[in-house]
Structures are given as structure tokens and as C-alpha cells.
Design a protein around this ligand. Structure first.
Ligand code: BGC
Length: 399
């Protein structure tokens, strides 16, 4: 239980850091992002290449994580390594991830396993991706294949941020045109529904096998209605945007074991859609600096789905200034603690990210890591924020 006035988190609270396969492994040549990164009209600043070679260096990375005092690691399976061609499965790739799960347990780290973090095999994407009529069957077959690995996890995330993935078609067009993004656009509705259906198929497989608690990881935001220039109310627009972006996905969690929330900033919605605040400080990832968004999101989600445990599966800051990362994270955690004290059932905090990594369209520019990586030698250098978060974990809270 939390003690009023203190910033101690509930007993057994997990403290960890996260990565995702394509952003850290390197050489993921069989997925559709690799193809997209190399297309002539690519919106990517640079290709992922060797990333930070986590595929080979994961032991060293887990040593640093556990050595600092953290108690959990979230990472994802790379479907394109496990099923590089439809129906052709790689036992070696599955064994690799099984060894990583064992490696977590050996170091006292609770593994949180994401089955799909945005990237899909080229063959899947080429045949309609998530919008194909066969997507559900294909994903369910992959989940079945991954079951022996998934069964060893502490938590299983089926899909990473389907509510952001459903915005990607629009975001990619905007990026290709060089248009500034004021905030996340309204997600594409058919894609949202297809992703929700795929999640349900995955849950059938996981539930049927008696899996560890499983669910979605959603991008969460602090929702702010911004009146128009003549004072017109934006309340209705905000509620409608939030319903498409958040509520329809929260409704799809019924029967799940938990929900993962990944919170970086706020969404300001004006009468005509997302708007940027002209005076707000921005981060390296071009989102508003808004540490208080974490507590606000946890509070709201716990009101919408009161019976579902929440794990914060991502939160962090893109910055070259590691001292700023610590300040941001501490303020975010204070907000989260307040939400927990008010009754939000939050079971853990997983920082994004363990390592500086491939930040999608922005390439290797934005620095989210608790550990820096020299990309020509792959030498890892821990940042002070890693030791600080480890201390928070040891104390199970803030001093
Ligand atoms: C994603 C990560 C990403 C992070 C920071 C989340 O939307 O799950 O893959 O790197 O945010 O932008």
C-alpha cells in the first residue's frame, strides 16, 4: 500500500526499461520497415542498419539493467525473424528469444514480452498487412508458435500501440510532405478495427493456453480541450478525438489481464482537431514537454477501466541532456504516485528506453536511452539516469 505523503509505490511494483526488436536488434532485413526505410520516397531520416546490435549484445545490456537495480525488462519478438516467409518458421530465432527470457529470469528481471511492436514480415505486409482478411489467422498462428516463449513472461503485450499504428498511414504522408505534426491525427478507423480484431484473436490463443496476464499496450495522453480563437468550445471535438484514439481501444480490453499505457505527452484538441501550444517547450521527439501527462493518463484510464490493472509500459524523454531526463522522470513519477494514491491500480513503471536507439522516422537523432551506444563500436556507456532509476527501484519510490 502507498503511505499518504510519501512517494512509495505498492509492494511488488515493477521497475524496468524497454526496447523493441527493430529499434535495437539490427539487420531486420525481412520486415516491411526495412523495405520502407530503403524506398525512394521514404519518410525515414536514415535506415536502421545494425541498430545497436542488441541481437548479439543483449546479455551485456541485461547485466547493466539488472546491475543498476531494476527489476523488469520489456522487449519484443521480431515476427519477421521467426516467420521470414509465410509458414516457414525459424526454430533458431525462437530459441534466441527463449534464451533472452531465461536471461531475464537468471538476473532477477521480470520479462514483459511484446508479441508485435509495429514491424511485420514483408510477406504479411505485401498481402494487405493488418487489413487483409487473413491477418487474424496469420497473427493467431504466430502467437501459437510463440506460446512456449510467451508462457515464460511475467506479462504479455499482444500489440504495441495499435492506436498509434492506426495513425501511421496519415503520419507517413505528412512526414513525406515535410508537414509539421501538431499532435496525433485521428486514427484510421478500418485499421483500428482490424488491429482490435487481431488483438482479440491473439487473446483467444493466449487465454486458451493459460498465459500470464496479457493485453494491449496503448499510447496514452493527457487530454486538453483548447478553445478556438474566438473562444469556441473544443470539448466536443476533444471527446470525439479521444473516443477514436483511446476509448475504442480501452473498450477492446474487456477480459484482458492488464492494460499497458505508454505516455509521453498531452494531446491538445481545438474545435477542428489537434493543435500545438505556441509557447510550450518541445522535446527532441517534437512532442510537448509534459511530465504531468503520465499521472493524468493513469488516472483517467483507471476511471474508464477500473477493474483492469495498469502497467506503465513506456514513459520517457528524448533529450541530449541526461539531467533533464531525470527531472522529467521524477516529475512524471510523482504524478503517477498521486494517481496510485487516489486508487489507480498501477503495477509497474517501464522506462523508454534502455538504450539510445532507432527512433523510427527520426532515425538515430533523438536520444531516449538510459544507456548511450557508440554506433561505430557498439560500446555502451551508462548515463547517470540509469543509476538514479535503479535507486528509485531499490527504494520502491522517490525520496
Ligand atoms: C513507441 C516506441 C517509440 C517511443 C518514442 C512509442 O510510441 O512504442 O517504439 O520509440 O514511443 O517515440
Amino acid at each position: 500500500m502507498t503511505t499518504p505523503g510519501s512517494a512509495t509505490f505498492p509492494d511488488g511494483f515493477l521497475w524496468g526499461a524497454a526496447t523493441a526488436s527493430h529499434q535495437v536488434e539490427g539487420g531486420n532485413v525481412a520486415n516491411h520497415y526495412w523495405e520502407w526505410e530503403h524506398a525512394s520516397d521514404t519518410p525515414f531520416a536514415e535506415p536502421s542498419g545494425d541498430a545497436v546490435d542488441h541481437y548479439h549484445r543483449w546479455r551485456e545490456d541485461l547485466d547493466l539493467l539488472a546491475g543498476a537495480g531494476l527489476t523488469a525488462y520489456r522487449f519484443s519478438l521480431e515476427w519477421s525473424r521467426i516467420e521470414p516467409e509465410e509458414g516457414e518458421f525459424s526454430r533458431a530465432a525462437l530459441d534466441h528469444y527463449r534464451r533472452m527470457l531465461d536471461g531475464c529470469r537468471d538476473r532477477g528481471l521480470a520479462p514483459l514480452l511484446t508479441l508485435n511492436h509495429f514491424t511485420t514480415p514483408r510477406w504479411f505486409h505485401a498481402d494487405g498487412g493488418w487489413l487483409s482478411e487473413r491477418a487474424g489467422d496469420r497473427f493467431a498462428r504466430f502467437v501459437e508458435l510463440a506460446l512456449p516463449v510467451a508462457q515464460q513472461a511475467a506479462y504479455v503485450v499482444t500489440l504495441n500501440e495499435p492506436n498509434l499504428a492506426a495513425c501511421l498511414p496519415v503520419l507517413a504522408q505528412m512526414a513525406a510532405r515535410g508537414e509539421p505534426v501538431a499532435g496525433l491525427p485521428r486514427p484510421d478507423q478500418p485499421l483500428s478495427e482490424a488491429l482490435i480484431a487481431a488483438h482479440r484473436r491473439a487473446m483467444e490463443v493466449l487465454d486458451g493456453a493459460g498465459s500470464p496476464p496479457a493485453g494491449l499496450a496503448l499510447v496514452g495522453q493527457e487530454w486538453i480541450a483548447e478553445p478556438g480563437p474566438d473562444g469556441e468550445s473544443a470539448d466536443e471535438a476533444m471527446v470525439s478525438h479521444r473516443a477514436a484514439m483511446e476509448d475504442q481501444f480501452l473498450s477492446a480490453t474487456s477480459g484482458d489481464g492488464f492494460v499497458g499505457m505508454q505516455v509521453y505527452s498531452c494531446a491538445r484538441i481545438g474545435p477542428d482537431g489537434p493543435v500545438a501550444s505556441p509557447d510550450a517547450p518541445m522535446t527532441q521527439a517534437h512532442v510537448e514537454y509534459r511530465p504531468q501527462a503520465l499521472g493524468a493518463s493513469a488516472r483517467r484510464v483507471s476511471e474508464v477501466v477500473p477493474d483492469l490493472p495498469i502497467v506503465i509500459t513506456e514513459n520517457g524523454l528524448a533529450t541530449d541532456d541526461d539531467a533533464e531526463r531525470r527531472v522529467f522522470t521524477e516529475e512524471a513519477l510523482r504524478g503517477l504516485h498521486a494517481a496510485v494514491a487516489e486508487g489507480a491500480d498501477v503495477r509497474g513503471y517501464i522506462h523508454w528506453s534502455l538504450l539510445d536507439n532507432f527512433e523510427w522516422f527520426a532515425g538515430y537523432g533523438p536520444k531516449f536511452g538510459l544507456i548511450a551506444v557508440d554506433r561505430s563500436t557498439f560500446v555502451r556507456t551508462t548515463k547517470p539516469s540509469l543509476a538514479w532509476l535503479g535507486e528509485v527501484a531499490r527504494r520502491n519510490g522517490l525520496s
